[in-house]
Write a protein that binds this ligand. Structure first.
Ligand SMILES: *[C@@H]1O[C@H](CO)[C@@H](O)[C@H](O)[C@H]1NC(C)=O
Ligand SMILES: *[C@@H]1O[C@H](CO)[C@@H](O)[C@H](O)[C@H]1NC(C)=O
Ligand SMILES: *[C@@H]1O[C@H](CO)[C@@H](O)[C@H](O)[C@H]1NC(C)=O
Ligand SMILES: *[C@@H]1O[C@H](CO)[C@@H](O)[C@H](O)[C@H]1NC(C)=O
Ligand SMILES: *[C@@H]1O[C@H](CO)[C@@H](O)[C@H](O)[C@H]1NC(C)=O
Length: 377
């Protein structure tokens, strides 16, 4: 019981040091192109599935018409490979004119007209990871202003083609430059993923002051293997990562891949449950035009979403690893509630499992007694 109160108090004191742009007090939710669509720019060959304004408008239509927006999925985010290979005559980034004939500003308007938000991608370095023009230190203010002029709502700053010294300067500079535009723009930093994700190289106190979210670890791929690797890394390092997160500042274990090709329904459900426990940003990367009803109902699960969006913003922890292959995760929630997830690593058969103190009177009491018996000083 005291543990719950203690965590509550500490989250309040930490929250005051979050990036002061008023955004993302709960983990952001939406759709992001990368895992499903990558750099697919061959629109002649595959007009429906290429990185173009039509793809993003289609996803916006689905988000606003199929019940996603009301659940909180409001960001539509462009990833790499959107831009022209050349900056314009004034040195500004510009969208590829063939694939985005209307331009990014018009696309942002399209989102705003539907109660949605537009996110865009850039890279701290000479080139983006896909080889498009990057944002070197001298271009940071110009690019931040360009995104603000386009009325973009979120910006993911990748880190290919730069060294540690440039990143150390560039990520805080971009935070200042975004602020200076006067437009609230959610700021996603890939910086820690390029520093190995852990202290002493990563300073999570600083990250929380300059970014709204950050990618700590490698990219997700469309496989259960990839999901498990991410889960393992985040919980092996939970003592560092849990305290790094809070309202306005989130660890980002990367996209939700339910509705793609690599996960079974049970595996999709498991990813959703663990992402909810981690207080992870919920960015789906799938095709919302053709998603099946099973994947849709997992991603639209109101209980999972309300756990993910808990206003206290304290990520969950792994509290138990049973020899039988069952992990237990616990997350404290507001109003004295908490969430438990039982996660099976078994691949032989279904299994029956129960809490060690299942004879206690309430689930909450059971959780508490488990926590106090397992907690470390
Ligand atoms: C910029 O930073 C100041 C001071 O932290 C804050 O009050 C303001 O809301 C920020 N503005 C934007 C647009 O992020
Ligand atoms: C990082 O890159 C900059 C610009 O190319 C260069 O001047 C600097 O020496 C590099 N620093 C390191 C530590 O490699
Ligand atoms: C980490 O960043 C914070 C805030 O910017 C700073 O006060 C602190 O000295 C940094 N810690 C280290 C070990 O550099
Ligand atoms: C939470 O639980 C404590 C102890 O049982 C109680 O004193 C407090 O009023 C509860 N708070 C809420 C918001 O229910
Ligand atoms: C559960 O039952 C066992 C055996 O009867 C008892 O030793 C234990 O104290 C009980 N635990 C709780 C939390 O009531």
């Amino acid at each position: 019981m005291h543990l719950v109160e203690l965590l509550f108090v500490s989250s309040l004191s930490v929250a005051t040091f979050a990036l002061d742009n008023g955004l993302m007090r709960v983990p952001p939710m939406g759709w992001l192109a990368w895992e499903r669509y990558r750099c697919d720019i061959d629109c002649d060959h595959d007009p429906k599935n290429c990185i173009s304004e039509n793809l993003f408008m289609d996803m916006a239509d689905r988000l606003s018409e199929d019940g996603w927006r009301e659940l909180g999925y409001v960001y539509v985010n462009i990833d790499d490979c959107w831009s022209s290979m050349k900056r314009d005559d004034n040195g500004r980034l510009q969208a590829d004119p063939k694939r985005f004939p209307g331009g990014i500003h018009k696309l942002a308007r399209y989102m705003h007209d539907r109660g949605l938000k537009l996110g865009i991608y850039g890279d701290m370095g000479t080139h983006t990871c896909g080889g498009y023009p990057g944002t070197t230190l001298d271009k940071i203010e110009l690019d931040a202003q360009t995104f603000a002029d386009w009325e973009v709502d979120m910006f993911k700053f990748d880190g290919c083609y730069s060294n540690a010294t440039e990143q150390e300067q560039g990520y805080p500079l971009m935070s200042k430059a975004l602020n200076a535009t006067g437009r609230p723009i959610g700021y996603s930093c890939s910086w820690p993923a390029y520093q190995g994700g852990l202290p002493p190289k990563v300073n999570y106190t600083q990250l929380g002051e300059i970014c709204n979210l950050w990618r700590n670890y490698g990219d997700i791929q469309d496989s259960w293997d990839s999901v498990l690797k991410i889960i393992n890394w985040f919980f092996e390092n939970q003592n560092v990562l849990v305290s790094a997160a809070g309202p306005g500042k989130w660890n980002d274990p990367d996209m939700l891949i339910a509705g793609d090709f690599g996960l079974s329904m049970e595996q999709s459900r498991s990813q959703m449950a663990i992402w909810a426990m981690m207080a992870a940003p919920l960015f789906m990367s799938n095709d919302l035009r053709t998603i099946n009803s099973g994947a849709r109902s997992i991603l639209q699960n109101k209980i999972a979403i309300s756990i993910n969006q808990d206003p206290m913003g304290i990520p969950g922890r792994s509290i138990l690893k049973e020899k039988s292959g069952i992990d237990v995760y616990w997350r404290p929630l507001s109003k004295n509630a908490s969430a438990l997830v039982f996660f099976s690593r078994r691949n032989d058969m279904p299994t029956d499992t129960r809490l060690p103190s299942a004879n206690s009177t309430t689930p909450q009491a059971a959780t508490r007694s488990m926590m106090s018996s397992r907690r470390r000083p």
